[in-house]
Design a binder for this molecule. Structure first.
Ligand code: PGA
Length: 250
């Protein structure tokens, strides 16, 4: 049984104080018996203070990015050991904004994933096609390349600890969600690709979450699809009410 995983990606939003208030409010509202995994990815500047607030709550901490090297002369970068030290359990890797604005390649993303795993955290590998690629029928080949490139050399153990987020680029921050059947089709494809790299058991247990304009009204039909195991939520995760409604989807 795959346990649903809902992760909020705040991107470059919220001050330390705003992040603390959000974390306190969410922690107070989450039912203790929640059978779902919940994480938030605040900006780096707020990781430490949010970590202290959520310490004894069901909320887990995620980072939005990481550098592949453990330390050294990489001005402005943050390493996996630093993220572990601060209390992160998950790290988002290869988000489409990182790929398009910061030139992250599949090869580099693969190195980052290895660094995350070596430090005992779980990577959330983001994949997804642009609108142009979808219109030209390249969705599956693009996703296949990103999956194979991202998971290269991880071994069965590494792959089984990875969470994959399918985020069609045309659905991110646009208010345009993929239809549940469109997302399901790609999620199923990803699971088959993972099966080829591992085994049916590992592929069946792997969580594949959807991202791209997820909100309180579209979460339920998405989660009703067989291969959709959770959501990576951007804009709607900035509001406690909206994020809570998404977490508590029926
Ligand atoms: P969005 O972002 O929910 O604002 O579309 C999702 C993401 O980029 O992870």
């Amino acid at each position: 049984m795959r346990r649903p995983f809902i992760c909020g990606n705040w991107k470059m939003n919220k001050t330390v104080r705003e992040s603390e208030i959000f974390a306190q409010q969410l922690a107070a509202l989450l039912p203790p018996s929640l059978q779902r995994d919940v994480a938030i990815a605040p900006p780096f500047t707020a990781l430490h203070s949010v970590a202290l607030i959520i310490r004894n709550t069901p909320i887990r901490l995620a980072a939005q990015n990481v550098h592949d090297r453990p330390k050294g002369a990489f001005t402005g970068e943050i390493s996996a050991p630093m993220l572990l030290d601060i209390g992160c359990q998950y790290v988002i890797v290869g988000h489409s904004e990182r790929r398009s604005y910061f030139g992250e390649t599949d090869e580099w993303i693969n190195k980052k994933i290895k660094a995350v795993l070596e430090n005992g955290m779980q990577p959330i590998l983001c994949v997804g096609e642009t609108l142009e690629e979808r219109e030209e029928n390249f969705t599956f080949s693009v996703v296949e390349r990103q999956i194979k490139g991202g998971l290269q050399g991880l071994g069965i153990d590494g792959i089984s600890k990875t969470i994959i987020a399918y985020e069609p680029v045309w659905a991110i921050g646009t208010g345009k969600t993929a239809e549940p059947f469109q997302a399901q089709e790609v999620h199923r494809f990803i699971r088959k690709e993972v099966e080829k790299l591992t085994s049916q058991e590992v592929a069946n247990e792997l969580r594949i979450i959807y991202g791209g304009s997820v909100n309180p009204s579209n979460i339920s039909p998405l989660m009703a699809e067989e291969d959709i195991d959770g959501a990576l939520v951007g804009g709607a995760s900035l509001s406690v009410d909206d994020f809570l409604s998404i977490i508590m989807y029926k």
